[in-house]
Design a protein around this ligand. Structure first.
Ligand code: ATP
Length: 429
């Protein structure tokens, strides 16, 4: 199965989905850049999440907070003390490992002896202003949700929501992970899509179940991921984070094994209470019975990179020498590609161009006039384009074209006047 990861890494680079960051300087571990195709893919995924959270629910408010917060935020949240991983260093080669990733008590790289276990804080540090003093020390956020808690009062005062309501945010987060790897599964810079749903404390369990189910349905019914690749994992009490009453992960079957794709956590009133205490600003609310409460928080949280990897793994297929990314059309970087049968016949190119320019007004469409038609089909299969549209000599007479389906490879003729309607139906099937 590791072979699949190798194939994906190579396909993603070759076709412009994902490049190692700063590659011309030898790269930098745990950082990846999205290329022209990758940006389209991740933008589609982010838009689908946004639609599901913000556009579908008029009680979920969007937010965009900064990456750097007042460092007191991280003291209050507990991150300065406890956002740590246990680490051991090899005394010979000096490589560092996360203890829970080690299989034995010898260095997995050189079999050297390991040091005692140390706690390593995963937050990236920086300095604000011209002096590098302790007083100016700040952190890049390791999760986006603290910005939601610190803006809670602002959203409540301006929007006047009633419980239950949510605040959603997509943004960069940084973790100085000890060991990275598995392509974009574990990165040091990533993007999180997080939603904090504030509920009456008496209703936390009901809403927890609700979001857990809704999130699984999103993967199955909207992204159309294979149900055999998804499962819930209920964290046992002893492995819960300090703020959590219950956490269920939605796990995905990656080629290297099952791994967390999304976490759904019941964060209780921990965050609002701790920020009330540390900041002096009371973040309680009055519920519909007139009682003062600190709302409980149900949090579904997923990383864009991990989701992208799951979608790539789920869609990758090999059919003899044909490599296919069988993306759902909603996710596919391009919905269709337009070709003139021959690139040296001006009348074909002109007609194909006019179809392409017209479709571009409504869809993300690709143009290709290189090589022969068979090669173009293969190239589009490899980037997951659901439909290829070819203008040939008959098209000049009949004002139609050939539509070739990525998954069935079947072809049919469709009149150009009917093309948009045809595509709309097919893409929404
Ligand atoms: P893990 O146990 O894999 O380290 P976590 O439990 O620390 O993950 P959370 O803090 O719950 O992760 O973060 C929420 C989501 O953010 C995860 O489900 C994952 O999709 C994503 N995420 C977290 N850390 C990383 C990372 N280093 N690289 C890529 N995505 C990440």
């Amino acid at each position: 199965m590791d072979n699949l990861m190798e194939k994906l890494v190579s396909l993603c680079k070759q076709r412009g989905f994902i490049f190692p960051s700063s590659e011309i300087y030898g790269g930098i571990g745990g950082f990846w850049d999205f290329g022209p195709l990758g940006v389209r893919l991740t933008r589609n995924l982010k838009n689908l999440w946004w639609q599901e959270m913000v556009l579908k629910n008029d009680n979920i408010y969007p937010l965009d907070s900064t990456v750097i917060h007042n460092p007191k935020v991280w003291e209050a949240s507990g991150h300065t003390v406890s956002f740590t991983d246990p680490l051991q260093e090899c005394k010979s080669c000096h490589k560092r490992f996360r203890v829970d990733h080690l299989k034995g008590d010898k260095c997995p790289e050189c079999q050297g002896k390991l040091t005692e276990v140390k706690q390593f804080n995963l937050m990236f540090k920086t300095f604000i202003g011209p002096t590098e003093e302790t007083a100016s020390k700040a952190y890049l956020r390791p999760e986006t949700c603290q910005g939601i808690f610190t803006n809670f009062a602002g959203v409540v005062d301006s929007m006047r929501p009633k419980l239950p309501f949510g605040i959603a945010q997509i943004g960069k987060a940084f973790r100085n992970e000890i060991t990275t790897g598995n392509f974009i599964f574990r990165d040091r810079e990533m993007e999180q899509m997080e939603m904090e749903y504030f509920v009456d404390p008496k209703e936390d369990e009901k809403y927890f179940e609700d979001w857990k189910e809704k999130r699984m349905k999103w993967y199955l019914n909207v992204l159309k991921l294979n149900k055999n690749n998804l499962r819930f994992f209920d964290h046992p009490k002893e492995s819960l984070a300090h703020y959590s009453k219950r956490t269920v992960d939605i796990e995905f079957k990656f080629p290297f094994g099952w791994g967390e794709l999304e976490g759904v956590a019941n964060r209780t009133d921990y965050d609002l209470k701790t920020h009330s205490k540390h900041s002096g600003k009371d973040l309680s609310l009055t519920n519909d019975k007139g009682e003062k409460v600190y709302p409980y928080v149900i949090e579904p949280s997923v990383g864009v990179e991990r989701l992208t990897l799951a979608v790539l793994v789920d869609s990758y297929k090999k059919d003899k020498d044909r490599e296919i990314l069988a993306f759902d059309p909603k996710v596919a970087p391009f919905k269709a590609a337009v070709f003139p049968l021959l690139s040296n016949k001006q009348e074909l190119v002109k007609k194909a161009r006019s179809v392409y320019d017209d479709l571009r007004k409504d869809y993300e469409v690709n143009w290709d006039d290189r090589g022969n038609i068979g090669k173009r089909y293969y190239a589009q299969d490899q980037i997951g384009t659901p439909f290829c549209l070819t203008i040939d000599f008959d098209s000049l007479k009949k004002d139609d074209l050939t539509v070739r389906d990525r998954d069935t490879t079947k072809q049919e003729r469709v009149s150009i006047s009917n093309l948009k309607k045809y595509l709309k139906t097919k893409l929404e099937e």
